[in-house]
Design a protein around this ligand. Structure first.
Ligand code: HEC
Length: 267
């Protein structure tokens, strides 16, 4: 009687078993590799999507720059609309601010570092921030309004989109008589720190911006408090001052996706 190893059938079966085990081993290696890479992959996806958006934004910026040039207002009188140095300033401000790869909640890839960080971010107590707002009887320091005006025209570059008299225009809504401006201070601070996109109800109409307002978090606490105090006390508006402490309490908002109206407290 011959041993089983001499049996061609047994040898044939053993060959296929060996091949099967080898393939299974290779497959499990692949699974382990995919599993260990899963931490980097969402980040890479997020970054790639962000790079694409930056490209699009650069193209839009170039087109806008070309559109905002000199205009002849009357025969022989040429003005720059709007002032070009404001745009240069705004660009500089946005550049020095940390670029936000994620602008909308749906751009966050589950499992990315950002998602982990945001899910662990402290919940901000908006009511506590608004509770610090001085009452209407407290006079607003004119020096603060002056500082805010400089910020509006310069470092914050609000003028570029909202116009010199806060009237707004094709690229931004009005600040004059806006219920948001004189409403809860936490809304205004969060808009500065996170930006705002999508349709918003304003003075009885729905305003839909062509481009969202970018976060202007490069401004420090004093600058944000001053500029918001300025808009709350200009263009026919009248409301309390905004305190730097209130801005400070909301700094953890920086880096979160741009706000939409539903994220705000109804004024
Ligand atoms: C790049 C253009 C741009 C700049 C610069 C800008 N904004 Fe805006 N702002 C917008 C747009 C667009 C909206 C509306 C966003 C929306 O409806 O989703 C808006 C909305 C607002 C709102 C809420 C709506 C309203 O009109 O009351 C406030 C308040 C505001 N901006 C204040 C400021 C202040 C203060 C600055 C400067 C520190 C500033 N913005 C700079 C474009 C801009």
């Amino acid at each position: 009687m011959s041993s089983s190893s001499d049996n061609p059938l047994v040898r044939f079966a053993a060959f296929w078993w060996a091949l099967g085990v080898f393939a299974l081993f290779g497959f499990s290696l692949l699974v382990v590799k995919l599993f260990t890479n899963s931490g980097e992959k969402p980040n890479a996806l997020e970054e790639a999507a962000a790079a694409k958006r930056y490209e699009v934004r650069a193209t839009v910026n170039t087109a806008q720059d070309a559109a905002f040039q000199y205009k002849e207002v009357e025969a022989g009188k040429v003005v720059q609309v709007p002032p070009h140095d404001v745009f240069a300033h705004l660009g500089q401000g946005l550049l020095s601010a940390k670029p936000v790869a994620v602008e909308k909640p749906e751009q966050i890839v589950p499992g990315s570092d950002r998602q982990m960080a945001l899910s662990g971010a402290p919940v901000v107590d908006l009511a506590a921030v608004d509770a610090l707002t001085p009452g209407p009887e407290v006079p607003v320091d004119p020096a603060l309004i002056e500082a805010g005006k400089a910020q509006y025209m310069g470092g914050g570059a609000c003028i570029a989109c909202h116009g010199p008299t806060g009237e707004g225009g094709p690229i931004a809504p009005t600040l004059a008589g806006s219920e948001w401006v004189t409403g809860p201070v936490s809304n205004l601070i969060r808009i500065q720190l996170r930006g705002l996109g999508g349709p918003i109800q304003l003075k009885g109409a729905i305003y839909t911006p062509p481009v969202p307002m970018a976060a202007l978090a490069h401004q420090d606490d004093n600058q944000i408090a001053a500029v918001l105090t300025y808009v709350r006390n200009s263009f026919g508006n009248k409301a309390s001052a905004v305190l730097p402490e209130q801005v400070k309490m909301l700094r953890s908002e920086v880096g979160k996706p741009a706000l939409v109206e539903a994220d705000l407290i109804k004024p």
